[in-house]
Ligand binder design. Structure first.
Ligand code: 5GP
Ligand code: ZN
Length: 118
């Protein structure tokens, strides 16, 4: 039985190449692409290729892989985009602001004088 919502999961469609995305990193298990509605330039989503609802639902090794990639992207945003800092965060469940029900970690580069929205 497929997890709830997997048939129309927007991130599964991006992973399958059925929806376009600005992919910034990809390996066997993880993909990272630019957020369609960035809160700051370079806002990236790091996503496991296998569908899990959120960090509570994903196995520890999947969480570890996703955060390892998130760290690389955080470091790259400091070097390549001259960000001064970064937010790395994940929302789990609707009450916490999760909208896309496929586990993802936000990497949000922060610059001098950009407004904090999270
Ligand atoms: P959440 O609140 O679930 O943590 O955040 C979901 C994020 O996914 C939002 O920041 C939203 O802008 C982003 N998003 C939603 N749909 C798409 C899409 O089709 N493509 C991309 N690249 N980002 C999306
Ligand atoms: Zn999915």
């Amino acid at each position: 039985r497929l997890p709830d919502g997997i048939m129309e999961c927007v991130f599964c469609k991006i992973i399958k190449g059925e929806l376009p995305a600005r992919i910034v990193y990809e390996d066997e298990d993880v993909i990272a692409f630019l957020d369609i509605n960035p809160v700051a330039p370079g806002h990236t989503l790091v996503v496991p290729k296998k569908h899990y609802k959120n960090i509570l639902d994903a196995p520890e090794e999947v969480v570890a892989k996703v955060f390892t990639v998130a760290k690389k992207i955080a470091e790259a945003s400091i070097k390549a985009l001259q960000a001064k800092g970064v937010n790395v965060l994940t929302n789990a469940e609707e009450v916490a602001g999760q909208v896309v029900m496929h586990f993802h970690v936000h990497v949000i580069p922060r610059y001098d004088k950009n407004e904090l929205k999270f």
